[in-house]
Design a protein around this ligand. Structure first.
Ligand SMILES: [Zn+2]
Length: 384
């Protein structure tokens, strides 16, 4: 077996309605009591935090809520969150929300005690020293950010930079699917497809794929494919919501160790130029990239066909094609937009998008098939 290592958050707890007794849980887990909750205004104003806050106050926690996180957060959001945490003397951080809130929470937990400026943290393993305890509570089943050690910040008009470090893995993850029941069908579909992309890309990743990331990816994809359509059409369905949240988490653990590739590389420029949600951009590019990668990934797609559709004696060609067709059909049934033109992407912007996608070398190097700028343009044209 080739050498590999696998990293994950310290511990995970799945409990329907767990945030209603968050104070009790947090008291069992930590001694610190000055808590900074990192979230966004929409969740805060929708009242989603109230049960958690009541429970935390009853358990003796002092709470400061930072609710200025926005999608694709810029550095300034991080810095004002750090400042608020310092003023509150926070010694404990919870990220509660979608990927952006959890991403900010990771770096805030570091910067509350770090001696390094933010500019020194970009890149891989640049953080020296520790952070304050960190808990992640996702409110969407998609990004898997609660399971990863990456924070992405927006640093320019269309540019982003990442911090990757061991310190960004949470101490605890709480998976409370009750928090996700209010998510409307479209974001449920887009975030769910994003999670499926994480599982598929981790499973076919060219460089760091390993037996553990494979196991997580397979189980993730099984859960996600079985429950996506129900979660979209019957949002109150507890079984579907829990399966999606767990599936997204397992997919996150898979791609934290076996990184994503061309779907994400082609999705990022769409997000940057058109400010489309991350999950949606991935959903739009999945079909074309699956078909493109067949050249090398067919044996792996055949294995995934066995996972999601049941084992079969048919040839690799037949099973891999069956998998690609099944994924396309699933996306159609989820109700997510299917073409770039449906979300107002213009045809004359495709060459610029292709050029920008080439900058995602960190991701493209993981793709099973090489992607040139001409290939990227052809993929955007197929998706258009
Ligand atoms: Zn993603």
């Amino acid at each position: 077996m080739p050498t590999f290592s696998f990293h994950a958050p310290g511990a995970m707890h799945l409990e329907w309605g767990g945030t209603r007794r968050l104070g009790e849980l947090m008291s069992q887990w930590f001694e610190q009591r000055n808590l900074l909750i990192v979230t966004d205004k929409f969740l805060h104003e929708a009242g989603l935090l109230e049960p958690a806050k009541d429970s935390l106050k009853a358990a003796g926690f002092h709470i400061s809520v930072f609710d200025d996180v926005v999608a694709d957060p810029p550095e300034s959001v991080l810095m004002s969150c750090v400042e608020q945490g310092q003023q509150a003397k926070a010694d404990l951080v919870i990220g509660l929300g979608g990927g952006s809130s959890m991403d900010i929470a990771k770096l805030v937990a570091v910067m509350l005690v770090a001696q390094q400026p933010l500019s020194e943290l970009y890149g891989i393993d640049k953080i020296k020293g520790h952070r304050v305890p960190l808990v992640q509570i996702p409110t969407t089943a998609g990004t898997g950010s609660e399971a990863t050690n990456i924070t992405i910040l927006t640093t320019g008009e269309t540019t982003k930079m990442g911090v990757v470090a061991q310190q960004l893995y949470a101490d605890r993850v709480l998976l409370d699917a009750e928090l996700t029941v209010g998510l409307p069908p479209l974001p449920t579909a887009a975030t769910g497809i994003d999670a499926m992309v994480h599982a598929i890309e981790a499973y076919t990743s060219a460089l760091k794929k390993n037996p553990l990331s494979d196991a997580f990816a397979r189980e993730a994809l099984k859960l996600l494919t079985q429950h996506l359509v129900t979660a979209c059409t019957d949002g109150q369905n507890r079984e579907a919501r829990e399966a999606m949240l767990l599936g997204a988490n397992l997919a996150g653990q898979a791609f934290a160790n076996s990184p994503v590739a061309a779907v994400h590389a082609l999705a990022y420029p769409l997000g940057g130029h058109y400010h489309l949600p991350h999950g949606l951009t991935n959903a739009l590019m999945l079909g074309p990239v699956l078909r493109y990668n067949m050249a090398k990934a067919a044996p792996l797609y055949a294995e995934l066909a066995d996972v999601v559709l049941g084992a079969s004696d048919d040839s690799v060609e037949v099973r891999s094609q069956r998998f690609v067709d099944y994924m396309q059909d699933l996306m159609n049934r989820s109700g997510a937009p299917q073409r770039l033109r449906d979300v107002k992407v213009t045809e004359d912007s495709l060459p610029t998008l292709a050029k920008d996608a080439m900058l995602q070398t960190r991701l493209l190097m993981n793709n099973p098939v090489e992607v040139t700028e001409a290939d990227a343009l052809a993929l955007y044209q197929e998706a258009f």
